[in-house]
Design a protein around this ligand. Structure first.
Ligand code: AMP
Ligand code: ZN
Length: 121
């Protein structure tokens, strides 16, 4: 737990969020700036700054994040596929330093994962 971490505060109910799911290990809520019709985040309740700090001690919460993604994506309306993203560190463009997995869904296809560079000239 970290006193001034925004996702710790959301998981503790100190900052409002649109809750998708909660159990003893994880919390899921809608992203405040959705970039797709379905866009929610699944976070471990334990404060873990990034995937660099993850280790086998965290396997239960991290495993649950993956194991729940499909069921919650369907529940939220992504019935024809979805994408999971975990941004890590500067290169991964992580903005909030509490591990979170984005779950993004259509109905329309989301486009390529990362824009490919133009080939040739
Ligand atoms: P990133 O760290 O780049 O993977 O992205 C952080 C994500 O957290 C962004 O998509 C934000 O829109 C989202 N976010 C930041 N603050 C909140 C909040 N209070 N409630 C819900 N989502 C948030
Ligand atoms: Zn935190």
């Amino acid at each position: 737990m970290s006193a001034d971490c925004i996702f710790c505060k959301i998981a503790r109910g100190e900052i409002p969020s649109k809750k998708v799911y909660e159990d003893e290990d994880v919390f899921a809520f809608h992203d405040i700036h959705p970039v797709a019709p379905v866009h929610f985040l699944i976070v471990p309740k334990l404060h873990l700054p990034s995937m660099y700090e993850a280790n086998m001690a965290h396997h239960q919460a991290l495993g649950k994040m993956l194991a729940l993604a499909g069921e919650l994506a369907r529940q939220e309306g992504a019935s024809d596929g979805f994408r999971t993203i975990i941004n890590t560190g500067r290169v991964g463009h992580q903005e909030v330093y509490h591990v979170h997995m984005h779950v993004l869904g259509g109905p329309e296809p989301l486009g390529p994962m990362i824009m490919r560079k133009q080939r040739g000239a």
